[in-house]
Design a protein around this ligand. Structure first.
Ligand SMILES: [Zn+2]
Length: 256
């Protein structure tokens, strides 16, 4: 209990959007990042083998430039992000999805860009939101909660000597990271921090509203966005994003 309490802290500075909440973080960050790295590499190996990993061309350059501009702003919220080994995977697949695994491993699917016809500003909002989850260590928080509730069984972190045990653990952690939905609280934090990152990087904050309008419209179609299964939309989100504009418009104006 004492260890758990000692591990309660806020992972980021509040920023202009004022995000501040103590978090349950009983699993070491390095462990979660290691597992996320294994699962990110597996995903990319699989995509590469299928000829779906995009590593050049205009779409790749576009995503790379947007991600780089957002990454540059990440130290505003936590200085150590400047030392993260950021990586980007663009996967040619119709999924309406994007993610940023712990430690800065960004995945974007061409499906979300093409189907929603995302502008650069809107794509920056999606990636910024994902990066914000990573900066806030929401994945580590969810893994910690799963550990606390014993959802991860008896596996002990830090004692993963064999590659077999590591792969097994990576699979379990990946399940938690990829399939358990974020809480509404985490979603609001990611919206706020993502919006500020994007505004500071010179992307129009109004796009945070339009991208969720597009997401909402797509959710009633034949192929609802996979994004929504781990990033639940809530009715008041667009109103909240609209209310957040005032805090970040000056940052956007200053960055332009
Ligand atoms: Zn989210």
């Amino acid at each position: 209990m004492a260890a758990a309490l000692a591990a309660c802290a806020s992972t980021t500075s509040p920023g202009a959007v004022d995000v501040d909440r103590r978090q349950l973080l009983i699993v070491p960050a390095e462990q979660v990042e290691q597992m996320a790295r294994v699962s990110f590499n597996e995903q990319n190996d699989k995509a590469r083998a299928a000829g779906k990993l995009v590593t050049q061309g205009p779409e790749y350059e576009r995503v790379r430039n947007i991600a780089a501009r957002l990454q540059q702003q990440a130290p505003v919220f936590r200085p150590d992000a400047a030392q993260w080994k950021w990586e980007l995977a663009l996967i040619d697949s119709p999924e309406l999805n994007a993610s940023c695994a712990p430690g800065g491993k960004i995945t974007v699917y061409t499906g979300i860009m093409r189907t929603l016809h995302l502008t650069d500003d809107e794509l920056a909002m999606v990636i910024g939101h994902e990066v914000a989850h990573a900066l806030r260590e929401h994945g580590r928080e969810r893994v910690s909660q799963a550990m606390a509730q014993n959802l991860l069984g008896s596996v002990v972190f830090g004692a993963l000597q064999t590659s077999e045990a590591q792969a097994k653990m990576a699979g379990q952690v990946a399940d938690v990271l990829l399939t358990l939905p974020n809480s509404r609280k985490n979603e609001t934090e990611a919206d706020k921090i993502g919006l500020e990152l994007a505004a500071r990087a010179g992307f129009n904050p109004a796009a945070a509203v339009s991208v969720w309008q597009k997401m909402a419209a797509a959710s009633t179609g034949a192929r609802p966005p996979e994004f929504l299964s781990t990033h639940p939309a809530h009715d008041s989100r667009i109103a909240e994003l609209t209310a957040m504009q005032a805090a970040v418009v000056p940052l956007y104006e200053a960055a332009r």
